[in-house]
Design a protein around this ligand. Structure first.
Ligand SMILES: O=c1ccn([C@@H]2O[C@H](COP(=O)(O)OP(=O)(O)O[C@H]3O[C@H](CO)[C@@H](O)[C@H](O)[C@H]3O)[C@@H](O)[C@H]2O)c(=O)[nH]1
Ligand SMILES: [Mn+2]
Length: 766
């Protein structure tokens, strides 16, 4: 069923498609009633237990699982998606009325984030189908790296031929590293002689750019003799003044020239907190406010690229397409991955949140996921939906000073944005006239005494600044929208090794949990602010990931404890209640399998998600929990550790550095000495000990006399132990693996000691 959300005679720019969700709802309700039956059973039979501890613990864990299930059912109840029609855009809006867009790309480390990847992000954005005199690209470099700057300068030279080439032949993929990969041949698009020649020229030029950057990366300083690079010499990345350089300027405002391109490395000093990515985004917001002040801002991480040249037009369909369009704060495109490892072996490609995300979309709107998102500047500046309906909305200079800080230029531009008066033409055409002002607002003490990071801009206080910032926006009553065009709007890379994926997972869960302890707690915002209740549940669901390990670890310990002590936490197989537990298990798995299949996940992917769901919860999430606890106690702070971006080049240019052996083993878990995996190893070991214990006992049962004696041993508990082993199968292999595929001996030793301690504690509790 489609709803036309725009009253107009011309066909709508976007449609919200509501999906039938009845089957899923029915299954979810059945599962919920089984879970509730389990709880009732626990209460009713509590008195009859000779050991209360396992029973009580099981009850607590199961209550949590039930609560979590209720949360997810509430979130997923309604399912909808948005479809956009860029081909109808020009019927509705004149091209001259398209808004200006400031594009932000962030990079932080030229080693972890190969410059050539960042440059491809830049190229793909410079080449989008949109009047280029309305665009400005800002590259924020938290690494203060002359290499990044050098790469940008060289990239802009290449862009001057690349962008016209893309537009002339309507190239679909405008990030050259993807366009020139071995699969694409020039014949695919056009076999004309002219095209063939241009194609070859482009490929050669890109190869040269690649080589230049590669060679520069090997040198301590990319380009000694050029005075432009002088400013970088002797600087340390965490202690240096602001560097802002206008690399390319479209002074004439020619719609066919390149957009303005501006390099920024904000001031850093060990005396001042820099707030990681959120801090970088706020500097971008301020610098662009002073220089170009576009009403829309697009933010893209350096590991993503625009994969669909029409992405801006799709975004405009959302900007102009909704009824009450003024109430929409941001327009998100999903994060999808190219060359992701097959079947998502580390469970970090997030396909399993498809229904959760669609469910949230049908409330107040999708969450902001940190990249691929168009923001309205006035919303980032702290306004609320009702502010704009007040026609006389003005903000006095004193308030502007308190909110936005000392810079007169910034206050003036902010006032323009908030009152929605015409954008300043002089800013637009020559950003280089505003370098002084831009340097001022990029200084590391600029934010003191202002609202930046608190009410305005990207919010501080969580390593997932994205969720927190989006939550703040929804909390003021704004809505948001997401659309997923074909081909996908943006593609990026997911961490390709287990340690880096674990690090990323830990950071996410840490940040999500931190949100609960800020003034943007979702429950608080529903009570005091304008956050919708179901939307709050959505945020709560993510925030509580850090709490899961407590219950999952306890539940995974229970079978071992019971086997070792000869007690029970599950009904025996001849009890009818056994069926309830079996029902919960079977229906849960079939349901998640069916969900996965509906979005086209392979069986293997489904299994990897199940498996890594348990493994990540009991390792990374536990550490995230502990980390936030330490922060709350004031003992340590949380940090944003940048993830390593995998860069495999499959150019013909002979730039590939793949190791054959490694690609065969891609997806296999590798281990380092980090203690994060230890809880997982301990859980595995105690369940192994328990199983050996029960096998030994099984051999002593006299089957001829009483085969039910086996039941007495607790088949349910044994089954659970086996499940733990299966979920942690990779760790089991890691115990015996060698090299990087083996769990380090010291980790095994420490975990072994903990496991023995546990077994001893169980024995003592007899
Ligand atoms: O001090 C910093 C740290 C990071 N970044 C940039 O932040 C982006 C995201 O970092 P990355 O290491 O790629 O983290 P991911 O876990 O892949 O990022 C996801 O999770 C983040 C935190 O939730 C979001 O900000 C991202 O948009 C989202 O893609 C990159 O462009 C970095 O260059 C900075 O600019 N400054
Ligand atoms: Mn990333």
């Amino acid at each position: 069923m489609a709803i036309n959300t725009h009253e107009s005679t011309s066909p709508p720019l976007q449609e919200t498609v509501v999906h039938n969700n009845n089957t899923a709802r029915a299954i979810e309700i059945v599962e919920l009633s089984l879970l509730v039956s389990v709880l009732v059973y626990r209460v009713v039979y509590f008195e009859e237990q000779d050991r209360y501890l396992p029973w009580l613990l099981a009850f607590v864990c199961e209550s949590w699982f039930t609560f979590n299930w209720i949360l997810s059912v509430c979130i997923k109840w309604n399912q909808c998606t948005t479809k956009t029609y860029p081909e109808r855009l020009l019927d509705r809006v004149k091209e001259s009325e398209f808004p200006d867009v400031d594009m932000f790309v962030t990079t932080a480390d030229p080693v972890l984030e190969a410059s050539i990847l960042t440059m491809n992000t830049v190229l793909s954005l410079l080449a989008v189908d949109y009047p280029s005199d309305k665009l400005t690209l800002y590259l924020s470099d938290d690494g203060c790296s002359p290499l990044t700057f050098y790469s940008l300068v060289e990239t802009i030279k290449f862009a001057k031929v690349w962008v016209p080439f893309c537009k002339k032949y309507n190239v679909q993929v405008r990030a050259p590293f993807r366009y020139f990969n071995s699969k694409s041949t020039p014949l695919e698009h056009d076999s004309s002689h002219q095209f063939q020649q241009d194609w070859k020229k482009m490929k050669k030029e890109y190869g040269e750019l690649y080589k230049k950057i590669d060679v520069a990366a090997e040198r301590p300083f990319p380009c000694d003799r050029d005075p432009d690079f002088g400013v970088f010499s002797g600087l340390h990345r965490s202690d240096h003044p602001t560097i802002i350089k206008v690399v390319s300027e479209n002074k004439e405002g020619n719609p066919t020239h390149l957009p303005h391109v501006i390099y920024i490395s904000r001031e850093k000093s060990p005396k001042h907190q820099h707030h990681y990515k959120a801090g970088a985004m706020n500097v971008l917001a301020r610098v662009s406010g002073v220089m170009t002040n576009a009403p829309l801002m697009l933010n893209v991480d350096c590991d993503m690229y625009a994969n669909n040249p029409q992405v801006f037009l799709h975004a405009m369909c959302m900007v102009f397409g909704f009824k009450n369009e003024e109430n929409y704060a941001f327009f998100q495109f999903p994060q999808a991955f190219y060359d992701g490892l097959k079947d998502d072996p580390f469970g970090n490609q997030l396909a399993n949140f498809f229904y959760t995300v669609n469910g949230i979309s049908s409330c107040q709107g999708t969450v902001y996921s940190g990249t691929n998102c168009f923001h309205r500047r006035k919303v980032m500046y702290g306004s609320s939906p009702n502010d704009t309906t007040k026609s006389d909305y003005t903000i006095n200079n004193e308030d502007l000073h308190k909110i936005f800080g000392k810079s007169v230029e910034l206050r003036e531009s902010a006032a323009q944005i908030l009152s929605e008066s015409n954008p300043n033409i002089k800013r637009r055409s020559s950003p280089s006239n505003f370098i002084e002002d831009a340097i001022h607002v990029a200084s590391c003490s600029y934010e003191y005494g202002t609202s930046w990071g608190k009410q305005v801009g990207w919010l501080y206080g969580s390593t997932t600044e994205d969720l927190l910032t989006g939550l703040g926006i929804h909390g003021r009553g704004w809505r948001s929208a997401v659309t997923s065009p074909d081909p996908l709007a943006f593609l990026g890379c997911a961490p390709a090794t287990y340690p880096s994926s674990l690090k990323q997972w830990k950071r996410w869960v840490t940040g999500l949990f931190e949100i609960l302890f800020t003034d943007k707690n979702p429950l608080l915002l529903t009570i005091k602010g304008n956050l919708w209740f179901r939307q709050a549940l959505g945020y709560l669901f993510f925030s509580l990931w850090a709490v899961r390990p407590i219950f999952e670890l306890s539940y995974a310990t229970l079978p071992a404890y019971c086997i070792i002590t000869g007690s029970h936490f599950l009904p025996k197989i001849d009890e009818q209640a056994f069926l309830i537990f079996m029902g919960v298990f079977v229906i849960y798995n079939l349901y998640s399998f069916w969900e996965g299949r509906r979005i086209g996940l392979s069986v293997r992917t489904w299994w990897n998600l199940q498996r890594m769901g348990r493994v990540n919860a009991m390792t990374g999430s536990l550490f995230a929990f502990l980390r936030v606890m330490l922060k709350l106690m004031g003992l340590s702070n949380t940090v944003f550790e940048v993830t390593q971006k995998e860069h495999k080049s499959n150019d013909d240019g002979g730039t590939g550095d793949d190791n054959d052996n490694d690609s065969k083993n891609a997806g296999r878990l590798t281990y380092d000495k980090s203690p994060v995996i230890m809880p997982g190893v301990v859980i595995l070991l105690i369940n192994m000990i328990a199983l050996i214990n029960s096998v030994l006992r099984l051999t002593k049962v006299d089957y001829s006399e009483n085969w039910m004696g086996v039941g007495g041993l607790g088949l349910g508990e044994m089954f659970c132990s086996v499940c733990v082993l299966v979920y942690f199968w990779d760790f089991l292999k890691g115990l015996f693996g060698s090299g990087k595929y083996g769990i380090p001996f010291s980790t095994i030793l420490k975990s072994g000691a903990l496991a023995l301690l546990f077994v001893q504690a169980c024995r003592n509790s007899f």
